[in-house]
Write a protein that binds this ligand. Structure first.
Ligand code: ADP
Length: 219
């Protein structure tokens, strides 16, 4: 979990790659639907560009399918759940090992979103200040055009941050009551990532249920 622009996408993708898990991000899935012009994409587009959450009915089926597709592999959910209804539904599907909560000051978030660029088909994220693409405006792997997300403009960002804090605390509370939450604080991913790794490694080597699914440990 983390506010819009907290870098949770970047960190959760690194976690998935390093620890051999399937990364599931509703925001990426929705943007791909919008780019392909599907029915879901058409319905979701207005909510996203206004900085509002997409209705559960539209999203739930997509996420359930992704979780089923992951089968017995570990999964990392990036940006899900964002409502209590989603959290309760998720609880009925899987027993989460833990919830990582990224705690970043708003000033760092606003700064980060000003310079974010995304490659929509893959969900790869760049930053004009901290993680530049090799050629300006182009994806490193495909050479395709990068885009600035329409919901990264300052007016929508302020709204998204406000919505996030309002909507997020009941979900955090939901998981705190279940002793699932681990907070990680810092201004940039250079500070956050080593803390996340330390936590992951500690959990894995304590012999939690994750151990046998850790690709890293089997190398
Ligand atoms: P950010 O964390 O920067 O908001 P995401 O890519 O996670 O970026 O989400 C982009 C948008 O997609 C959200 O503002 C919202 O409109 C929609 N979205 C993402 N996840 C969810 C979710 N779990 N429930 C409802 N809408 C969602």
């Amino acid at each position: 979990m983390g506010a819009p622009g907290s870098g949770k996408g970047h960190i959760s993708k690194k976690m998935a790659a390093d620890y051999g898990a399937v990364h599931i991000a509703p925001g990426d899935i929705l943007r791909q639907h919008i780019q392909k012009g599907t029915k879901v994409g058409k319905e979701a587009a207005q909510f996203i560009s206004d900085g509002r959450l997409v209705p559960d009915e539209l999203l739930q089926g997509l996420i359930d399918r992704e979780i089923q597709r992951a089968d017995k592999k570990s999964i990392i959910l990036d940006g899900f759940p964002r409502t209590l209804a989603q959290a309760r539904h998720l609880d009925s599907l899987v027993d989460l090992d833990f919830v990582l909560n990224l705690d970043i000051p708003d000033s760092a978030i606003v700064n980060m979103l000003k310079s974010r660029l995304v490659h929509v088909p893959s969900g790869r994220v760049y930053n004009e200040q901290t993680n530049k693409p090799k050629s300006p405006g182009k994806d490193d792997e495909t050479g395709e055009e990068l885009m600035r997300r329409p919901d990264d403009n300052p007016v929508v960002v302020a709204k998204r941050l406000g919505n996030y804090y309002n909507q997020n605390w009941p979900i955090l509370r939901f998981y705190q009551k279940r002793f699932k939450v681990h907070n990680v604080a810092g201004r940039t991913h250079f500070i956050l990532w080593p803390k996340v790794r330390r936590y992951m490694n500690k959990r894995l080597h304590k012999g939690s249920g994750l151990m046998h699914r850790c690709a890293r440990c089997h190398r």
